[in-house]
Design a binder for this molecule. Structure first.
Ligand SMILES: Cc1ncc(C[n+]2csc(CCOP(=O)(O)OP(=O)(O)O)c2C)c(N)n1
Ligand SMILES: [Mg+2]
Length: 414
């Protein structure tokens, strides 16, 4: 029974639950089962159909003049990063590559074939045009929801589109419910003949940076540009469901991973995720830094995890956006209503002292209120090499939001 639950958790990549009667832990049971391994393979239900669908996909790929692949979140959730890397290696630089907002970090955005992040109407100019004019699009691990798809505004040619998803695949207009990403992707890799692919044209897309608004000392656009310039391969960027996350659609990750929780959107996620990701880097002895962006309102929900970050002796960078409340909610509804205010005047730079680091032995806190200070700090070598937990309070205008969020709000039905 226990093995069954674990195998199903693995196969579906979803949480599973085991309810045990309270007297069970005291009972003696045979131990043999512990010595047989779990079955962690994906069952192939219909081998013939698997081969037929694989053949069909490959025929469409070989016919195409402008093939493209979109890599989406379920590739990561189903732990298929190894297969993805193998596919990309085999494609031999002939196919244009795109990721999605929730799939960011799965592809190497420095790859010369990487064009950009596709999210419907929220996509950077030029990137959308190129993928939408492709005559073959293989969408791997689609995670269909409004934040990922720019409110379902994809404009891909359905005749030329193939979805490989966690519980079905679709080729053009035909759905195959017995097939999945987990079974078709390895089969594609096995049968692919790269010499039959026509190389797609190259697209030159301007590197993205956000404009500086000089009427303010510092805005979220400045934070975007600084983080983008600062990220290094191996880093982990974590961003809360706050106003800033909407700028991350355009962020170039330069080999960093990107964690967020925009599919559920429950605030308070980023602080404990900062602890978790930092512990993972430490436990596996991996290089790289965790850099987290947390809203002041969200931080008030899970703040006690600052204490655990000190306790477990890990060294993330936590950037707290002090914009006096729920800015994202203010711009949606009730800019000055009290329900978007939070308990004010928190002394963010005193928090780590309060949680026990009295002499600053384990941590360093900074209060930053100008773009120059921000750049000087985050681009300094000392900042990268300091083996301490660093907390940065950024003082921002109350109504400052990124360009993409403004565009989304302006285009939402009134
Ligand atoms: C658990 C939970 N409660 C409430 C919300 C609604 N909500 C979404 S964003 C947000 C405000 C976030 O404010 P803050 O963290 O200060 O970020 P800002 O928008 O100011 O950058 C709220 C209340 C939510 N998503 N999840
Ligand atoms: Mg806020």
């Amino acid at each position: 029974m226990v093995d069954n639950v674990i195998e199903t958790i693995w196969e579906k990549s979803r949480p599973g639950y085991l309810f045990l009667p309270c007297d069970l832990p005291e009972m003696k049971v045979p131990v043999e089962r512990l010595y047989s391994s779990l079955n962690l393979s994906y069952d192939i239900v219909d081998k013939q159909e698997l081969n037929e669908t694989t053949k069909k996909i490959l025929e469409m790929l070989y016919e195409a003049k402008n093939p493209a692949i979109i890599v989406d979140a379920f590739v990561g959730k189903l732990r298929l990063e190894g297969e993805l890397a193998e596919l990309i290696r085999l494609l031999d630089g002939k196919v244009n590559l795109y990721d999605t907002f929730l799939g960011k970090g799965l592809l190497d955005e420095n790859d010369e074939r990487f064009v950009g992040t596709y999210c419907g109407f929220l996509t950077q100019d030029g990137v959308a045009k190129s993928v939408e004019s492709s005559d073959f699009v293989l969408h791997l691990g689609e995670f269909e929801n409004e934040v990922n798809s720019g409110f379902f505004s994809y404009k891909l040619n359905n005749d030329k589109l193939i979805h490989l998803g966690p519980d079905h695949i679709q080729i053009g207009h035909t759905v195959y419910e017995q097939q999945s990403l987990q079974t078709v992707l390895p089969n594609l890799i096995e049968q692919l003949d790269p010499s039959k692919i026509t190389p797609a044209p190259y697209y030159q897309i301007e590197p993205f940076s956000l404009p500086t608004d000089t009427s303010f000392k510092m805005t979220e656009h400045d934070l975007f540009n600084t983080i983008q310039d600062t990220l290094r391969p191996g880093d982990i960027l974590i961003v809360e469901t706050c106003s800033f996350i909407f700028s991350c659609y355009d962020m170039k990750l330069s080999g960093a991973k990107f964690l967020n929780q925009m599919h559920w959107g429950a605030i308070g996620y980023a602080l404990p995720a900062t602890l978790g990701a930092s512990l993972a880097l430490k436990d596996f002895n991996l290089p790289g830094k965790v850099i987290s962006v947390e809203g002041d309102g969200s931080a008030q929900m899970t703040l006690q995890e600052l204490s655990s970050i000190l306790r477990y002796d890990v060294n993330p960078v936590l950037i707290i956006l002090n914009n006096s409340g729920y800015t994202i909610e203010r711009v949606i509804e009730g800019p000055n209503r009290s329900y978007n205010d939070i308990s004010g005047n928190w002394q963010w730079t005193q928090m780590l002292r309060c949680f026990g680091d009295l002499s600053g032995e384990r941590s360093q806190s900074y209060k930053i209120s100008s773009r120059k200070q921000l750049d000087l700090l985050m681009k300094s070598e000392q900042f990268h090499s300091l083996e301490k937990f660093q907390l940065i309070e950024l003082v921002l205008p109350k109504f400052d939001i990124p360009k993409r969020l403004r565009e989304m709000l302006d285009s939402a039905p009134k």
